[in-house]
Ligand binder design. Structure first.
Ligand SMILES: Nc1ncnc2c1ncn2[C@@H]1O[C@H](COP(=O)(O)OP(=O)(O)OP(=O)(O)O)[C@@H](O)[C@H]1O
Length: 233
């Protein structure tokens, strides 16, 4: 299967301190589902930020969609970023925009004409079960509702890679299961999903998922071994 992400000896240092990430090398196969685990402060968020190009590595090479991200001119990065959807633990919705307008945002930013925006936005709102809350502003929505809007916004432009940083950290277990279903549905449609989580229960729910673990800035098990290899209970 083709690789969609390739990290080679990647290191990240903030300021002049010790490296936050060291010698991180791994590949992600197109269409795979990957959980990223690790203790608080191990470097999960930093690794994901490198992955969605919010941060440049201090050393090493990052390949995305077959492109060498470090070798590309800065002006080429937005086009690459548009192929990646991001879901944050704290939602990061625009508070003064309605749920509808938050979901529409990526299409508007990409210059999609207004007449082509309504149908996909309504489809996404229906998919996350929030058609009835289209006009609501984020501060009036529950945590689970906000996160579903954030997921709809992350995937409306049909990203090839979906990166989620502890997306279930601020919702109850029932909602966490519901959100996981959404990610699983996208994965079934062929989207590559990378999700950082502390929630071992969720990890156990996706038997075909691979697990990557960061310990003190180093990737343990970089092959992303299958959690439940075939033939094992
Ligand atoms: N912008 C920054 N500037 C300086 N240090 C940072 C910055 N971001 C993260 N760090 C440091 O890098 C280390 C790894 O942080 P990171 O947020 O990647 O860990 P994490 O595994 O995601 O933790 P958590 O599970 O608590 O979110 C921590 O020591 C953190 O203080």
């Amino acid at each position: 299967m083709a690789n969609i992400v390739h990290f080679e000896q990647v290191g990240l240092r903030y300021g002049t301190g010790a490296e936050t990430l060291s010698d991180v090398s791994f590949t992600l196969a197109k269409g795979g589902f990957y959980f990223l685990t690790g203790a608080s402060g191990a470097g999960k968020t930093s690794l994901l930020r490198l992955l969605y190009l919010a941060q440049r590595p201090t050393r090493g090479r990052i390949g995305l969609f077959g492109e060498d991200a470090g070798a590309l001119p800065r002006r080429s990065l937005p086009a690459l970023r548009r192929r990646i959807g991001v879901v944050f633990q704290d939602f990061r919705l625009v508070p003064h925009l309605s749920a509808y307008d938050n979901v529409a945002l990526p299409l508007r930013l990409a210059g999609v004409r207004e007449s082509a925006i309504d149908a996909p936005v309504r489809e996404m709102l229906e998919w996350v079960g929030l058609s009835a809350r289209a006009t609501a502003k984020p501060p009036t929505l529950s945590g689970g509702e906000q996160q579903r809007i954030a997921i709809a916004r992350a995937v409306i432009a049909r990203p090839e890679l979906l990166v989620a940083d502890e997306p279930t950290g601020n919702v109850d277990p029932e909602m966490a299961d519901r959100l996981l279903h959404l990610f699983e549905a996208l994965h079934r449609l062929g989207t590559t999903v990378v999700m950082a989580t502390h929630d071992l229960h969720l990890i156990g729910r996706i038997p075909q998922a691979h697990r990557m673990r960061v310990e003190k800035g180093r990737l343990v098990d970089p092959t992303g071994a299958l959690l439940h290899p075939p033939g094992q209970a």
